[in-house]
Design a protein around this ligand. Sequence first.
Ligand code: GRF
Length: 216
Amino acid sequence: MKRRVAILISGRGSNMAALIRAAAASDFPAEIAVVISNRADAAGLERAGQSGIPTLVIESKPFGRDRAGFEAVLQAALDERGIELICLAGFMRLFTADFVRRWYGRMLNIHPSLLPSFPGLDPHGQALRAGVKISGATVHFVIPETDAGPIVMQGAVAVSDHDTPDTLSERILEVEHRIYPEALRLLATGRVRLDGDLCRSEAGAGVGNFLISPLA
Ligand code: GRF
């Protein structure tokens, strides 16, 4: 049985599209049962609709600071659809600790840096200002702290002196689209396990490939 997944978005939804694409394969262990946006104008909604995925808008704005109120409506929508796993994909709304605890181990997020470096806003700018030579993306389980939590999978890219936040973001996005479906595959097939604050997985380390940057 495929695990039933909800993808939560607020914007363009390119990671959402990568997950939908991967889940279209008959042997993928999860199905995207619904895409939920907290903004009616999220471009990703149209993309999801074009792929034949049911969409739902639950505007968060009217709830203001009432996070629990928004989450009650969201939780009801998830229950109604028998959702087992959540993938946050550019979802720009913070959850209460209660909601996060309820979904602990079943809710993934993706962030465009090698966490724990550069959490929060403008991770690409942060990476460039720090002068790192390698950056990347991280899929992690969601905990109450933003852009933190047990790391499921990471992918790295070289950073060049010529990079701008835009060019770096473009390159990291490619790696995001590669690792998010793979991380979901691991979770959906039960091949990841939480061990205290760490995530252990049965998948082997990426073999034979190390990344050096810059190359002399
Ligand atoms: C991605 O860079 C993701 O890592 C971050 O927000 C961005 C969302 O982009 N959390 P998209 O909506 O998936 O295109």
